[in-house]
Design a protein around this ligand. Structure first.
Ligand code: ZN
Length: 122
């Protein structure tokens, strides 16, 4: 279910501006599914990296821990921003909202001036 949400766009150099974006809320099951899919992929990479001599001392625990970290991060995103764009507050170029962006705060980067922008609901 999509709904419009007024967000504040912030970067470190300018006063915050506001904008309306479409968001859809993610159910607990959808969030858990996304998290478990990521966990499974990273743990498969962990198991596969057992076969790499030398590097397996770093890759196996690295992928294992990364799986747990990304599980928590994927479950925490309660809304998904619909793909679109908004004008950069610094240079005015359209900043894309990538498909799969979750919040809050949602992070975007201007493709022209590389400003790191943070979108938070008002
Ligand atoms: Zn810009």
């Amino acid at each position: 279910m999509e709904q419009p949400v007024t967000v504040t766009i912030e970067d470190s150099a300018r006063a915050p501006t506001t904008l309306s974006v479409q968001v859809s809320s993610l159910s607990w099951g959808a969030r858990l599914g996304r998290g478990l899919k990521t966990l499974g992929a990273l743990w498969l990479a962990s198991i596969a990296s057992i076969l790499i001599p030398g590097l397996h001392f770093v890759l196996v625990p690295g992928f294992f821990v990364a799986g747990l970290v990304f599980l928590v991060l994927r479950v925490r995103g309660t809304v998904r921003l619909e793909p679109g764009s908004f004008p950069c507050p610094k240079c005015g170029v359209a900043v894309p909202i990538e498909d799969g962006t979750t919040g809050w705060p949602a992070k975007c980067a201007c493709p022209d001036c590389c400003a790191r922008l943070s979108l938070t609901p008002r």
